[in-house]
Ligand binder design. Structure first.
Ligand SMILES: [Ca+2]
Length: 449
């Protein structure tokens, strides 16, 4: 009996040891010293020893054709690179890189089929190879600038979870400095998918492969427009922008503590940064626009509304993402129209911490019909009405407090019977010149006795 117990104990300890012997992560491999040089033991380790290879996994935020031209054929300037974000934690990312001119055309053409394979953004990959820090501010996986087949790194696609949401960098001053501990600054964000909102573009040409700066009142940081992008021919933004891209560093002289930049892949990743929800109405259809820190008011099938914290205005967002009233969101997307209403179709959506659900603004017929000069469209309102008539498709006619007929739209539930007086929480919209109340659920309908 005692022997059995000992056996079980040994087995348990063995299992525990197996579980806890976690491999180093991308974040571990990216550790730096005080001059920003990689300090992990595998960095620049002897490449004649295969045991010095590492294996990393993550989601690709910069695909094989988005940043550099990978060919084939091989030639000067033909390079293969991926940016991979650790998708098991909120930190860490690594670039992989190979230059075709070290190999020549036949070998490069082969390698592009076997190891340096085509990869789409949003693919999940596993990469096995040697770590290097060539003194540019980053630890990468590369082939040590050699044509030795033993030094080729291998890329394998594991799946396609899709692109992650970017992380919002709240101001430039959070990302444009070096901190060896990586608790803040550029090293924290390096090779992560990020958004900066409300920054102005500095001097320089708005063309592919152009390095500019963006700044807000807290500082400036680099902005690199991808050589494989579609920037050339578009006007340089003369207004504050939201930008989504890969946080990167390139500093070729010691100490490697500068040269932070956001590497932007596509023109659509640059949007007009708006302050207020209502400004969406003044944007052209199709224009990329962005709102930061807006509050979800109500959620409907296939869309939701957000409003300014100050309840100045609100706007419809076309998305089926799981959000709840009170969530704070950042939206970077194109302006579209739903009927006569302008809405945002998100390209990027960041769902942040949740506050209490916003309180509705009490309104009367005057505000609903806009006769008081106050514009409540897009906002969560509360009003008292009488149910008049049920129509098709969840639409109801109601009589407002001034005796005027307005409409309400419900989503899979019934309003109380005709003649019932109700207080309704709803998002104020319009239909054919008349107020339309969008009611999200029965809990927003209170019968008044
Ligand atoms: Ca760095």
């Amino acid at each position: 009996m005692r022997r059995e117990k000992q056996k079980l104990l040994c087995l348990a300890l063995l299992l525990l040891a197996t579980c806890c012997a976690t491999a180093d992560t991308i974040w571990d491999y990216e550790a730096v010293n005080s001059i920003g040089f990689g300090i992990h033991p595998k960095v620049n380790a002897d490449a004649s020893n295969p045991a010095n290879k590492v294996t990393v996994e993550g989601v690709v935020i910069g695909g094989s054709h988005e940043i550099l031209n990978p060919g084939p054929p091989a030639a000067m300037g033909i390079q293969y690179t991926l940016f991979i974000q650790d998708d098991t934690s909120d930190r860490g990312g690594i670039q992989v890189w190979a230059g075709s001119w070290f190999y020549g055309d036949p070998m490069w053409t082969d390698l592009r089929q076997t190891d340096y394979i085509d990869v789409q953004p949003g693919d999940r990959v596993r990469v096995t190879g040697f770590l290097a820090d060539a003194g540019r501010g980053k630890v990468v996986i590369n082939h040590r600038h050699s044509n030795n087949p033993d030094l080729v790194f291998h890329v394998e696609i594991l799946g396609h979870p899709g692109m992650p949401d970017p992380v919002l960098i709240k101001s430039v001053s959070e990302c444009n400095y070096f901190d060896e501990t990586r608790s803040g600054g550029g090293e924290l964000y390096q090779t992560r998918w990020v958004m900066l909102h409300g920054v102005s573009v500095g001097s320089g040409a708005w063309t592919n492969n152009s390095l500019l700066t963006v700044s807000d009142r807290t500082g400036s940081v680099g902005l690199l427009l991808s050589a494989m992008g579609d920037f050339t021919g578009n006007p340089k933004p003369e207004f504050p922008i939201s930008v989504v891209g890969i946080f990167d560093q390139e500093d070729t002289t010691a100490p490697y503590t500068e040269g932070y930049r956001i590497w932007v892949k596509k023109q659509a990743d640059v949007a007009r940064a708006l302050d207020f929800c209502r400004e969406v109405r003044t944007c052209a259809l199709g224009e990329m626009s962005s709102l930061k820190d807006k509050v979800v008011s109500r959620v409907f099938p296939g869309f939701f509304y957000v409003q300014d914290e100050t309840r100045t205005g609100g706007v419809r967002v076309e998305s089926s993402r799981a959000v709840a009233p009170g969530n704070r969101v950042c939206i970077h997307g194109s302006v579209c129209s739903i009927g006569n209403e302008k809405a945002l179709n998100p390209r990027y959506l960041i769902v942040q911490e949740s506050d209490e659900a916003p309180k509705p603004i009490g309104v009367t017929s005057r505000e609903l019909w806009c006769s008081s000069g106050l514009d409540v469209y897009g906002l969560l309102v509360r009003c008292v009405c009488t149910v008049k008539e049920k129509q098709e498709g969840g639409v109801y006619l109601l009589v407002d407090d001034a005796g005027k007929t307005i409409k309400a739209q419900t989503y899979g539930f019934e309003l109380p019977s005709e003649g019932t007086r109700v207080a309704i929480n709803a998002v104020a919209s319009q239909s054919e010149g008349a107020p339309l109340l969008l009611i999200a659920s029965t809990s927003d309908v209170e019968v008044i006795q």
